[in-house]
Design a protein around this ligand. Structure first.
Ligand code: C2E
Ligand code: CA
Ligand code: CA
Length: 592
């Protein structure tokens, strides 16, 4: 028995020793672990990002100092908890889903996520979550890091905004416009959904910018941008794509709706804009193109809306035009105009008409205005000078054409002179002709060649030419005046009406533009302008002629306000030279 007791005691003692040894070993290990853990903690605390380790149930096993600071809690308060104890539940749900994804796929994930804090405050975090794989190859939990990138996001957004908006008006720019239209075109139903694109270009904006100042121009653009924005729906886009060019994109809008909206814009934008005690009335020309009929991509639609807008300008501004195929054809014709004009001159398709100018008291013919005509034989139609003159001015062909006009007029005057009909013809002259020194020489040469007196020629210039006031122009005009040629100011009242030049130039006549003559008997404003022109002319010793007189009533008003000469369909349309000889006879006069 003693043996048995001894053996048991020994075994027990040995076990106790072994246990103690094991305990000692464990203590050592724990001590070691503690040391390691504190090293590890020190390391993660030094990381400026939020850092954590979670177990398989998404409970926090470890968090760093940044993490506790961010939540305003101690690590004891966090360890063992889940995201549901720390964050708002929607957010926590997302975190949990991410954890499961990492655990199940054993793959790291990298995200940029938006975090809505208390009171809706928004912040952004960039997070990395990785699986923790144990020595046996099983996933034991997850580890993660999150970095606050709100500042970077704000900067990104700011840059993004700048890249997609116009700095002056804060409206979308070309890039954003294109992106929005693209997105719409991708997500629409081709058969039923329309998209309207409007191209808006302000009328005469350049004049404000050039004559007043850029600051005023900028403020007008800002005000107009705000008005446009406020007049369309939230889903519509108003973009600024150039100086005074705006594009409005209206999803789910057909041509009838677009026209109605355009009309509304026209009315509302017409309201005067007040700036520093000045009030501006800005009008604009507008063109509309509709998807899919008039274009199938952003710039195709914008281009066709632009083309329709151009038509609005041509037709007298402050108008709305809807794109059509015919318009496009016409624009192609316009582009080929220049080469066709050169050919036309060789084929003798140009001719002149002469429109009588009449003395309002005696009814006597006092002279003519020469007006260019072009019969385009390839199209079997007349092309309006309102169409081809601007094109010829743009290309410089007007110089050749202008010489042809001077040549033809002086030749005609010679013919009439020879028959004993001495009269005077006014020639319309474009700005670029006056810029060229050759104009003086051409006039001189032609007068001499055909034995015509300078006093038989008048030049009709627009105000803008004289207003330019460059030394060369003054010099050229003076040389022309020296030939005995007279000068009249055409379209008077429509331009700058800065009259300082009138005292500097021996202008003989002011020509009241047809715009003020039209229905003058029914319009107070036209009458007041015409009256003011007459009074001013009188004080400067100038004559006044009114163009475009079509009715007896208009003639009556002209007489009442003291206009001396008149011209218009009431007396004669522009006539061919052959039709005129009767009227040149001494006995001829118009019955007034
Ligand atoms: P403008 O110099 O203002 O010429 C007057 C325009 O009014 C002419 O148009 C004339 O035919 C038209 N007109 C005359 N009386 C009446 C009327 O009673 N009622 C109406 N509704 N219209 C009337 P047109 O011939 O089509 O010329 C248009 C413009 O083309 C001219 O305007 C002028 O700026 C330019 N132009 C014409 N011939 C020449 C030219 O030889 N050289 C240059 N540089 N320009 C020219
Ligand atoms: Ca004229
Ligand atoms: Ca005119």
């Amino acid at each position: 028995m003693d043996w048995v007791l001894l053996i048991v005691s020994l075994t027990l003692a040995l076990s106790v020793v072994a246990l103690l040894w094991r305990v000692r070993q464990l203590q050592n290990h724990l001590q070691h672990l503690k040391v390691r853990r504190s090293h590890f903690q020190a390391l993660v605390d030094s990381i400026p990002d939020l850092t954590w380790v979670k177990d398989l149930d998404s409970r926090f096993l470890m968090v760093n100092r940044q993490f506790t600071k961010a939540f305003g809690l101690t690590s004891e308060e966090i360890l063992g908890k889940t995201d549901f104890d720390l964050s708002e539940s929607e957010q926590a749900k997302k975190y949990l889903e991410d954890d499961l994804l990492v655990i199940n796929t054993r793959q790291a994930i990298h995200r940029e996520e938006r975090i809505t804090g208390e009171g809706g405050a928004e912040s952004w975090a960039e997070t990395v979550k990785v699986p923790i794989i144990g020595p046996d190859g099983n996933v034991e939990g997850t580890a993660g890091m999150a970095r606050d990138i709100s500042e970077r996001k704000r900067a990104e957004r700011h840059i993004n905004h700048l890249a997609h908006h116009d700095t002056l008006t804060n409206l979308p720019n070309r890039t954003l416009l294109e992106r929005r239209v693209k997105r719409y075109l991708q997500n629409h139903d081709e058969d039923t959904d329309h998209l309207a694109v409007m191209f808006i270009d302000l009328d005469n904006f350049k004049v404000i910018n050039d004559t007043i100042n850029h600051h005023v121009g900028d403020n007008i653009l800002i005000e107009l941008a705000n008005r446009l924005r406020s007049l369309v729906r939230k889903d519509d886009t108003v973009a600024r794509i150039g100086g005074d060019e705006f594009v409005v994109v209206l999803p789910y809008t057909d041509v009838d709706e677009a026209s109605a909206i355009a009309e509304k814009l026209r009315k509302e934008l017409l309201l005067p804009i007040h700036y520093e005690a000045i009030s501006f009335e800005i009008t604009f020309s507008l063109g509309i193109a509709i998807y899919p009929e008039d274009g199938t991509d952003c710039w195709g639609l914008v281009q066709n809306a632009d083309l329709a807008m151009y038509h609005s300008k041509q037709a007298g501004k402050n108008r709305i035009t809807v794109f059509s195929r015919q318009l496009a054809d016409r624009s192609i014709r316009r582009m080929t105009l220049d080469s066709r004009m050169k050919e036309a001159l060789l084929k003798e398709e140009f001719s002149l008409r002469y429109q009588p100018k009449v003395d309002i008291e005696s009814g006597r013919l006092i002279g003519f205005e020469a007006l260019l005509r072009w019969f385009d034989s390839s199209a079997n139609a007349f092309v309006s000078p309102l169409e081809f003159i601007p094109a010829a001015e743009q290309s410089g062909f007007i110089l050749t054409l202008g010489e042809w006009v001077i040549d033809t007029v002086t030749k005609q005057l010679q013919r009439w002179n020879e028959k004993g009909f001495v009269t005077k013809v006014a020639i319309n002259v474009s700005a670029i002709q006056v810029h060229q020194n050759t104009l003086v020489q051409t006039i001189k040469d032609k007068l001499k060649q055909f034995g015509v007196s300078g006093s038989q020629i008048e030049l009709e210039l627009t105000e803008s030419i004289i207003m330019e006031n460059s030394d060369r122009i003054i010099d050229n005009l003076q040389k022309i005046l020296d030939q005995g040629v007279t000068i009249s100011i055409d379209d008077f009242g429509t331009g700058y009406s800065n009259l300082a030049y009138l005292s500097r130039f021996p202008v003989s006549t002011l020509k009241i533009d047809r715009a003020f003559v039209e229905k003058i008997d029914q319009r107070q404003d036209g009458r007041r302008i015409a009256q003011a022109i007459v009074e001013m002319a009188r004080s400067l010793g100038l004559e006044v002629i009114a163009e475009g007189v079509e009715t007896g009533e208009e003639l009556c008003v002209m007489r009442e306000i003291g206009v001396q000469h008149v011209q218009g369909y009431l007396f004669d349309k522009p006539l061919m030279a052959a039709e005129i000889e009767d009227r040149l006879k001494e006995s001829w006069h118009y019955s007034l």
